[in-house]
Design a protein around this ligand. Structure first.
Ligand code: HEM
Length: 95
């Protein structure tokens, strides 16, 4: 599956550490494509609190998460589940 198959939002696999707006084939808004930072946990926290403050003009229609504890929980969860397997080729064999 490529980013182009996904219509709602970009794939978040590998999010932490990759440049914003950078999944090949995903039809980002010009604003997201032009953003020039790397996703860190702090950036993700700020984005979830106020997407338009971090990437003005982005097209993500989602409610702001105003509760800092809820954001911290979500950022922690996402930082784990979006992390690529360390041993890509061996991960299916070991599961
Ligand atoms: C808690 C839930 C969500 C999280 C954690 C999340 C996270 C993100 C992140 C990190 C990006 C930037 C990805 C990148 O730079 O590659 C993004 C973009 C985007 N998300 Fe979300 N998102 C959420 C909910 C939603 C919902 C509910 C929708 C739509 C109904 C949505 C639609 C989009 C779209 C369309 C983009 C691309 C924006 C653009 O091109 O300007 N997201 N999301």
């Amino acid at each position: 599956m490529t980013g182009a198959d996904l219509k709602i939002g970009p794939p978040l696999q590998g999010l932490i550490g990759r440049p914003a707006g950078s999944v090949t084939g995903y039809p980002y808004s010009p604003a997201s494509r032009a953003s020039s930072f790397i996703w860190t946990e702090a950036k993700l926290d700020a984005f979830l609190a106020s997407p338009q403050s971090v990437i003005p003009g982005n097209r993500m229609i989602a409610p702001r998460i105003t509760n800092p504890e809820q954001r911290a929980d979500l950022v922690f969860f996402l930082s784990k589940v979006t992390r690529p397997p360390l041993l890509e080729g061996l991960s299916s064999a070991s599961e």
